[in-house]
Design a protein around this ligand. Structure first.
Ligand code: SF4
Length: 339
């Protein structure tokens, strides 16, 4: 089970976590289901409120030099079992000695984007939901669990308590019973009820649309807020950085950082703002199903030639590998039913 820093922090727990997206497919602007074609508001996504974006970019600029110094002192991330290509390793080591992270060339990033877009043509959140509040609850429940498991309990949960006010007022033991199989059910019950209460009482029953307001909700940290803003509202506020995104980003040399916050900053610098939400989903899905923690399928990976951490040579042309990954993604979308 992978460890999910942000979720542990979100729930105020020390427990380890697995990731929060569980099953594929979507049907409309808010919900995902099986028979539907994937859709994501990437190019049409509007960027967050000017002040919010500006503040975030200022934060990136401000922290840049310190982050570089910190990471330079730490050196390169631990190499995989098999030696990385010599030229990449030298470049990384030189960058570490010089106190700078290895910034991929812009051509690398452009090529990565092209290949990932081909391999994951319909990036999406794999939690089932019909409105932003349901997504908020589902994301909180997915801590230390899987999206597949969460998708099994949320239909019953939302059938019993269909609004933030109703869930906030529900008897905790009944909520615990419904969500028990997702694990850590007592903490999760407190988190979803507290967040729902605040949504009902302070925000008139509507999940807020800004990062600062979302961060006021119990159980919500930056990663959760990014998912809600990006997937429920189409606002590209940042890149939701979970354990899969962290692993893939480091393997690809997009970052040398170790914390979700620093990795998100590096990714936001690497990719254009309008692609943040979609690229976040693409990196996550690629990591969940192909570049897995224990057995990355490097031979079949469409990013192989661009990856300094590849374990084996690629088989076939990258276009064929990308088509194969896209077909596998689509295959996983078969069989879901929209809430
Ligand atoms: S080649 Fe692909 S699967 Fe292998 S480590 Fe790199 S990104 Fe992951």
């Amino acid at each position: 089970m992978a460890f999910c820093h942000a979720f542990s922090r979100d729930l105020g727990s020390n427990a380890s976590a697995e990731c929060w997206y569980g099953l594929p497919t979507k049907n409309g602007p808010l919900g995902w289901s099986l028979a539907g074609q994937g859709h994501f508001p990437s190019s049409s996504s509007r960027i967050g409120p000017p002040l919010q974006k500006e503040a975030f970019l200022q934060r990136i600029a401000k922290r840049g030099s310190k982050a570089k110094a910190d990471e330079g002192a730490r050196g390169r991330p631990k190499a995989p079992a098999v030696k990385a290509p010599a030229v990449k390793k030298k470049a990384g080591a030189a960058a570490a000695r010089a106190g700078t992270r290895r910034a991929p060339k812009s051509a690398d990033v452009a090529a990565l984007q092209e290949r990932l877009t081909r391999a994951v043509p319909h990036p999406h959140v794999e939690l089932l939901f019909q409105d932003p509040w349901q997504l908020l609850v589902a994301v909180i429940l997915s801590a230390q669990s899987t999206d597949r498991r969460v998708n099994l309990v949320t239909p019953d949960l939302f059938r019993r308590w269909s609004t933030p006010a109703e869930l906030a007022a529900a008897p905790p033991d009944q909520v615990e019973e419904v969500i028990k199989s997702t694990g850590f059910f007592r903490n999760k019950t407190k988190a979803v009820q507290s967040a729902s209460r605040l949504v009902a009482e302070r925000f008139g029953g509507e999940v807020p649309r800004s990062m600062p307001e979302l961060l006021e909700l119990p159980g919500v940290a930056r990663k959760t807020a990014n998912v809600i803003l990006g997937s429920a509202y189409g606002v590209a506020s940042g890149i939701a950085t979970d354990t899969h995104v962290m692993r893939v980003s480091r393997r690809l040399g997009l970052t040398l950082a170790e914390t979700p916050e620093k990795i998100e900053l590096d990714l936001c610098q690497a990719f254009p703002a309008e692609s943040w939400t979609a690229m976040g989903h693409r990196l996550l899905l690629h990591g969940r199903y192909l570049c897995t923690a224990r057995a990355p399928a490097c031979a079949d990976c469409p990013l192989n030639e661009l990856c300094p951490s590849r374990l084996t040579q690629a088989v076939g042309a990258w276009e064929e590998r990308a088509e194969h990954e896209a077909a596998e993604m689509q295959g996983r979308a078969q069989g879901f039913v929209r809430l």
